[in-house]
Design a protein around this ligand. Sequence first.
Ligand code: PLP
Length: 360
Amino acid sequence: SRAFNFSAGPATLPEAVLRQAQAEMLDWHGVGASIVELSHRGPEFMQVAAEAEADLRALMSIPDDYAVLFLQGGATTAQALLPLNFAAPGQAVDYVVTGHWGKTALKQVKHCVAANVAANGEPGGYRDIPARDTWQLSSDAAYVHYTANETIHGVEFRDIPDVGDVPLVGDFSSSIVSEPLDVSKFGVIYAGAQKNLGPVGVSVVIVRRDLLERAGQPRAEILDYRAHLKGESMLNTPPTWNWYLAGLVFKWMLAEGGVTEFAARNARKSALLYGVIDQSGGFYRNEVAAAVRSRMNVPFFLHDEALDKPFLAQAQEAGLISLKGHRALGGMRASIYNAMPEEGVQALATFMRDFQQRHG
Ligand code: PLP
């Protein structure tokens, strides 16, 4: 009876994970209490935390010279902490802005650091990624920040940009673990959990250990990644429920075949949807340059806005929910993260073709 849920985040979770959490809710592994009723420092949760880190390391092939942190505050807090941890006072930082979230990342740091916009897709309506040879990078930047996948505008980097020796910081909130990734190319990778990793409330920060030795800027301990690493991501009470569920998602992903398998599924799912859109003769349209279309978030418009409401209502009747586009763009958006089964995308494709037949 579960609908296919195309929400951008919080997003659908694997049914198997929800069922396991339900089964363990009252009594985790015979302890007589839920895992979220136990101390984060107790042996039970310490085991959950250690397995979550080990499983994420296995999933993403994270090298040993990278630390993995599980923190609160979402991706936005991770954005705000970048200059505090990695840029010396007065040192420039470079931002490549290819959508709403890149702009948000920049907004978080502008007040405290010399932020240079190295490239900006806004004049083109964020429909493409400015060519690498047009980027105006600073010569002495502390890092270069980019958004691997723009969740609202549906623009995704298909390659890791080459920025030389400057640490590359990637916001992977909406595309982490969706395909194999060479972590060694990055200084920092961060992601809120609520798209591909689990429920909202925990975020993952993967950071090259040597960068933690940078002076950064004066900051409270709770804003200091070195302290978080030393404190095993438990400087204060961590979001144990969210962390535990993310751990179940990692185990589910590993059992399903890992990121290579999900990359194949995600390629098929997104190709199917873009195919329906492109073959609709203009009934549906996606405005993003084909080479940078997101595999995770597919924004699309109907040729006549008056059809938006019936589209959403009939989709809901067909068990396809949360397709309304972000208010910044309007139209529709289908978010098809790892946990969206291929049958869900097939059902949406069939619905879209039928809807066009009825209203075209
Ligand atoms: N970056 C990207 C790419 C996002 O999609 C989002 C949220 O949707 C954020 C950052 C902000 O994340 P949070 O709400 O966890 O702060």
